[in-house]
Design a protein around this ligand. Structure first.
Ligand code: SF4
Length: 109
């Protein structure tokens, strides 16, 4: 599996955001830290495991936590952003509010 660089990883997040109608976190420093985490996970595991979660050991076990994770849509609808706050709803982004800590959907299922 070819390694990803930061540019390819940013491109991935831009593609997901555009496809889903979400906005990327406008805090560039924070955004870049998540890009670094996603890239590191790709280069370590071969898939974009959520940068805010630990691997459970196999791709199958991690399937729901591969970005965009299984909980992203409902979290964004409910809280305005995903667990990592990589993706925000357009409304939340426009509000200028700061993302807050939200429960990890992985623990609820
Ligand atoms: S919480 Fe979900 S959507 Fe957000 S960065 Fe992690 S995997 Fe991606």
């Amino acid at each position: 599996m070819a390694e990803k660089d930061p540019g390819q990883t940013r491109q991935f997040t831009e593609m997901v955001a555009a496809k889903q109608g979400w906005t990327l976190n406008p805090d560039r420093e924070f955004y870049e830290s998540l890009v670094t985490g996603l890239m590191a996970n790709w280069n370590r595991y071969g898939y974009f495991l959520c940068p805010c979660r630990d691997s459970e050991g196999t791709r199958e076990a991690d399937a729901r936590a591969i970005c965009p994770c299984a909980w992203a849509r409902s979290d964004i609808e409910k809280y305005g952003h995903c667990y990592c706050a990589l993706y925000l709803s357009r409304e939340f982004a426009a509000s200028g509010k700061e993302p807050s800590g939200i429960p990890d959907g992985r623990n609820a299922t």
